[in-house]
Design a protein around this ligand. Structure first.
Ligand SMILES: Nc1nc2c(c(=O)[nH]1)N[C@H]1C(S)=C(S)[C@@H](COP(=O)(O)O)O[C@H]1N2
Ligand SMILES: [Mo]
Length: 192
């Protein structure tokens, strides 16, 4: 590995060329996207619901990043087509008390992170990965991507974002994973 590549791999991680599939529960398959919607709720002046058609019509851009899974694989040089968080945030006005978010996915799965990390310019809603539409296993139709945290924060099959005053644990966080999950600090489990 070149020095540049080594510098991109956090401690304890190993590079993979593949794209492993990891999640709890079953993969949702959709046959009627008119029932799909995206909700922005919690500490907002007015809640917003975005239809699948409107969500897909939001402006998209390319994002390039490396992803790091807590189970120790990292995948470099991902090319994504996605929607900037700022585009979605145009639909709502946050209340000043909002400091954390809970990302809500299908089947009640969730993950938490600070608002600031959600709003980072490198965080986005992913639609395509390396030239292909997301497969059902990887989060079709939309997954969150927060590349600076371990990949479990990147909710597949995301259906909404809840804005909160205080941090609360999501699904894996309730089961021992770290509340924040910085791969550069090896924040894998809550005792790290
Ligand atoms: N909805 C949902 N999103 C999820 C998960 C999950 O169980 N449910 N698992 C997370 C975990 S632990 C990882 S490592 C990544 C894996 O994404 P991938 O299967 O596309 O590699 O998805 C994350 N997003
Ligand atoms: Mo994971």
């Amino acid at each position: 590995m070149s020095k540049d590549t080594i510098d991109r791999v956090p401690p304890g991680q190993t590079l993979t060329e593949g794209f492993p599939v990891l999640h709890y529960g079953s993969v949702p398959y959709y046959n009627d996207m008119s029932k799909w919607d995206f909700k922005l709720f919690g500490l907002v002046e007015e809640e917003a619901t975005i239809s699948h058609k409107d969500f897909m019509a939001l402006p998209r851009q390319e994002f390039n990043n490396d992803i790091h899974c807590v189970t120790t694989w990292s995948k470099l040089d991902n090319v994504w087509e996605g929607i900037a968080v700022s585009e979605v945030m145009k639909r709502i006005k946050l209340k000043p008390e909002a400091k954390y978010v809970m990302l809500h996915a299908e089947h009640g799965w969730s993950t938490n992170l600070p608002l600031e990390d959600f709003l980072r310019e490198t965080s986005f809603f992913g639609i395509r990965h390396n030239g292909q539409l997301l497969t059902p296993e990887h989060g079709y139709p939309v997954r969150m991507v927060v590349p600076h945290l371990y990949f479990w924060k990147s909710a597949k099959w995301i259906r909404g974002v809840e804005f909160m005053e205080k941090d609360k644990p999501g699904f894996w966080e309730r089961n021992g994973y770290h509340m924040y999950g910085d791969p550069w600090l090896s924040q894998r489990y809550d005792f790290d």
